[in-house]
Design a protein around this ligand. Structure first.
Ligand SMILES: *Cc1c(COP(=O)(O)O)cnc(C)c1O
Length: 224
């Protein structure tokens, strides 16, 4: 665990320095532990420190096997419609809402359980065909369609940047998503979360306006 705490301190120092330099309020940045393959013991220990207290899981099966109601969880990976029933009401955000059929199922289950499920729209910042997420240009229309679902509350945007692109290109991707986010933030009262940035690119993401970073390897070390 010592190593994880050291990693966290170094991450916090980097974020702090960047925020000071750029005039960003560092307290507005939330760090989520991207916790795939990490043990529940590790997550409990980290959470008890009070800094990283939310964990993003990719797979429903892994989420289910780790689930502890005393921790806070997000689903950050592709979510199959038939698995919605395992997460609604148990996770803070479903951060990978990328299609109407998924929203429809979240609505159906949430209504049945009498809960409102908070979600983030997953945006494909690099326009790659293979990745999850909708195109930035489709967000407005998607949001309008989602208004038909009173038990689905849209709280912002999650984006994953394409791998292996240059710093300039990366910035362009993040800025494109950030622009859409600030636009919507002005007109959508619940729009508060811009989730961009992982181990390789979290500082760039913060510089571009992200207020939530999802950190795996840089926090926990290389994945087993
Ligand atoms: C695994 C994962 C992360 C964290 O990745 P690292 O590069 O290890 O920081 C963030 N977001 C999503 C959606 C992930 O699947």
């Amino acid at each position: 665990m010592e190593q994880v705490y050291q990693n966290l301190n170094s991450i916090l120092a980097k974020i702090d320095a960047l925020c000071k330099e750029k005039g960003i309020d560092s307290k507005s940045i939330e760090i989520i532990g991207a916790s795939k393959f990490r043990s529940i013991e590790t997550l409990r220990a980290l959470s008890s420190q009070g800094i990283v207290t939310v964990f993003g899981e990719n797979k429903v099966q892994e989420f289910n096997s780790k689930y502890d109601e005393n921790l806070t969880w997000d689903i950050i990976g592709q979510l199959q419609t038939n698995k919605v029933k395992y997460v609604v009401g148990k996770v803070r955000y479903i951060a990978s809402l990328d299609r109407l059929s998924l929203a429809e199922e979240i609505e159906r289950i949430s209504a049945k359980r009498n809960v409102v499920q908070k979600c983030l729209i997953e945006v494909n910042s690099g326009d790659e065909e293979c990745k999850g997420g909708i195109n930035v240009n489709q967000v407005d229309e998607f949001l309008n369609q989602l208004k038909a679902y009173p038990h689905v509350k849209i709280c912002g945007i999650m984006a994953v940047a394409p791998q292996g692109i240059g710093e300039q290109e990366l910035k362009k991707c993040f800025q494109k998503v950030a622009k859409k986010f600030s636009e919507l933030k002005c007109i959508e009262p619940d729009f508060t979360v811009l989730s961009m940035g992982m181990s390789e690119d979290f500082l760039t993401a913060i510089e571009c306006g992200s207020n939530q970073v999802r950190l795996g390897r840089v926090l926990f070390g290389d994945r087993p």
